[in-house]
Design a binder for this molecule. Sequence first.
Ligand code: CP
Length: 292
Amino acid sequence: MEHLVSMKQLSEEGIMALLERAEIFKKYGGREFPGKFQVANLFFEPSTRTKMSFEMAERKLGLDILPFESSFSSTLKGETLYDTVKTLEAIGMDALVIRHPYNGFYKELVGRTSVSIINAGDGSGQHPTQSLLDLFTIWEEFGTFKGLNILIAGDIAHSRVARSNADSLTKLGANVRFLCPAEWAGEFDSVDNWDEVLETSDVVMLLRVQHERHESHDVFTESSYHEQYGLTVERSKQMKDRAIIMHPGPVNRGVEIAESLIESPKSRIFKQIENGVYVRMAVLEAILKGRN
Ligand code: CP
């Protein structure tokens, strides 16, 4: 694998190979490439989980990380993303992890640079390593994807997580359903009533309302959204015994999910974050071993 830009590029076998490597890294660790490759993390949108867990994965693999701060870079002087990447290629970088607000930012890079590109989230497009860590967490829990009912609830239209997981979970044989206000469904068929879907779901994945990507003012208050579309404590009691709660973060407590459910026995929210490190090790390894 030269780049990872979208879940659409991975086959079922390719996904499972990455999850199996992540499992090995989780059990045994693995300092694969001490001092061998230079990487940088270019984040043009805020991030806590993705940026820090990529950095942890890179350190665990023994990679050299060159610091890059978008707020002190020459992009502020008008340099394009393409010229920034070509500059880092000339300096000697092997791989760049990039988060950018533009959907499909990677299309102007792939095929025009020898540096490997890992998409850490492009606008409302894709977030492949978030999808892989979600898949890993579901696989750890259920040992399969086939026949599972996965409910994704929230701001679907603006969510790269929903889009990546719809691609990958469907490919792996799960049944993916969406719950949201009709105007936030994007290209997906959705329901707007929990009663239709909650009791039969194995995974309930909540998404944050992405106010920063909304063009007009939202009609919901935090409490009216929670009442209608949030996972309330009352609703959680209708979930199957073995069903789990997931959320890619960051969480808006008391909006898409009741505060007391975040660290409840059904929640895997912090497990997802932990698993992100091992999945990102697997992705970095798959990309860098091709550069040997
Ligand atoms: N899930 C996720 O992408 O979180 P961050 O924005 O904190 O990286």
